[in-house]
Design a protein around this ligand. Structure first.
Ligand code: XUL
Ligand code: CO
Length: 440
């Protein structure tokens, strides 16, 4: 036991004063025909929860995450047991990892892979014992100095080859652990100055690496989804996977759009100048909605703060998109989030997850209400109703011409400018958010 002073977190309801209890997340409660736990598919991020120790640009770690281990490999063994204890206590069904989160990097690729081979069976047996599943795996192709100029987009073919070898192994362990997804996030895939960059070559190479990864994954029996996780910047000044639209153009150019879906992260959306909901909607409208990295940024800071999501407005609109999508298939809600540097106890880690899980549970309740009442949907439907008859229907059916539209306008005169009623709709969302609390 690593978290002796913490019991299994229970649902105690909205009036509970117990900080270590869920107020809204009631795993078995049925919403829109499914259990909350099935809608929400919460996942623990191994890197933040088991590895990140609070180190930042200006200071060392504030929390020790060696879990009593002494040697490097021992530390990673302890991390596994601690991770599963934490997930069991929080009632989380899934986790996500980078290869380098679960085992230490050795002096050579062979040694690194041997380290992985020591840890993967331990994870596998803990998964069997608890029933907890792997949502997705990925390769950390951004931390090591060899990747300072990129991995799949490196100017050096040897670096590209190293990344390919690393990704091959990461896909193998994802398959070995029954992972439902495999993520590409291109932290170093981009450039800091175009003066030294052949962007076309870098993107061609990246696409080829992704094609090889898909083909290899399928050849060894991977049936889950491949995802790409957009982010506009940080650590690279200009990342190629800027936002969902940019990634879509890339995937379509290289004929990869049938092979990849999006893993959308809230804080990455806001860094790209979009709302979280905007990115989810672009993915949904284009048939590439996959999975979610649930977190939030700080609007006053210009970087990826990876905070636990507590903004009910954002979780509501996220769950609105998820419900409209018909729910997750292979995807889920991975908390790509960490407790603040000054929240330096394990209890804080539990409190952070409780905060995030409750915020999403509340968002789910509100989103379901918005959808089942139909007021918002009806408003939008009405707003576009002119496309259901007459000249509008002809436009919708693509059965008209510029000449006919000119004639129509000459006869019809000036269109009426209809109000978009933004303030009314914002107040309506507030009303749903507030009244959902009253009904609990
Ligand atoms: C970084 C980030 C990554 C990806 C996986 O901003 O979000 O942790 O989720 O590599
Ligand atoms: Co992420």
């Amino acid at each position: 036991m690593y978290f002796n002073n913490i019991e299994k977190i229970k649902f105690e309801g909205v009036n509970s004063k117990n900080p270590l209890a869920f107020k809204y997340y009631d795993a078995d409660r049925i919403i829109a025909g499914k259990k909350m736990s099935e809608h929400l598919k919460f996942a623990m991020s191994y890197w933040h929860t088991m590895c990140a120790d609070g180190t930042d640009m200006f200071g060392r770690g504030t929390i020790n995450k060696s879990f009593g281990g002494k040697t490097a490999i021992e530390i990673y063994e302890h991390k596994v047991y601690a991770a599963f204890e934490l997930m069991e206590k929080l009632g989380m069904q899934y986790f996500c990892f980078h290869d380098r989160d679960i085992a230490p990097e050795g002096a050579t690729l062979k040694e690194t892979n041997e380290n992985l081979e020591r840890i993967v069976p331990i994870i596998k047996s803990e998964m069997k014992r608890t029933g907890i599943k792997l949502l997705w795996g990925t390769a950390n192709c951004f931390n090591h100095p060899r990747y300072m100029c990129g991995a799949g987009t490196a100017p050096s073919a040897d670096v590209f080859a190293y990344a390919a070898a690393q990704i091959k192994k990461a896909i193998e362990i994802t398959v070995e652990l029954g992972g439902q997804g495999y993520v590409f996030w291109g932290g170093r895939e981009g450039y800091d100055t175009i003066l030294n960059t052949d962007m076309a070559k870098e993107q061609d190479n990246m696409a080829y690496l992704m094609r090889m990864a898909v083909d290899y994954g399928r050849s060894i029996g991977f049936t889950g989804d491949f995802y790409i996780e957009p982010k506009p910047k940080e650590p690279t000044k200009h990342q190629y996977d800027f936002d969902v639209s940019t990634v879509l153009a890339f995937l379509r150019k290289y004929d990869l759009d049938k092979d990849f879906k999006m893993n959308i992260e809230a804080n990455h959306a806001t860094l790209a100048g979009h709302t979280f909901q905007h990115e989810l909607r672009v993915a949904r409208d284009n048939g590439v909605f996959g999975s979610i990295d649930a977190n939030q940024g700080d609007m006053l800071l210009g970087w990826d703060t990876d905070q636990f999501p507590t903004d009910l407005y954002s979780t509501t609109m996220c769950m609105y998109e998820v419900l409209k999508q018909g729910g997750f298939t292979n995807g889920g809600l991975n908390f790509d989030a960490k407790a603040r540097r000054a929240s330096n106890t394990y209890e804080d880690v539990f409190l952070s997850y409780i905060a995030g899980m409750d915020a999403f549970a509340y968002g789910l309740i509100v989103a379901d209400k918005i959808i089942s009442d139909g007021v918002m949907d009806k408003f939008v439907e009405n707003r576009y109703s002119s496309y259901t008859e007459g000249i509008g229907k002809k436009i919708a059916d693509k059965q008209t011409s510029l000449a006919e539209l000119e004639q129509y306008t000459l006869t019809n005169g000036e269109p009426t400018a209809e109000s978009g009623k933004q303030e009314y709709l914002e107040a309506l969302v507030n009303q749903y958010i507030i009244s959902a609390g009253r009904e609990l």
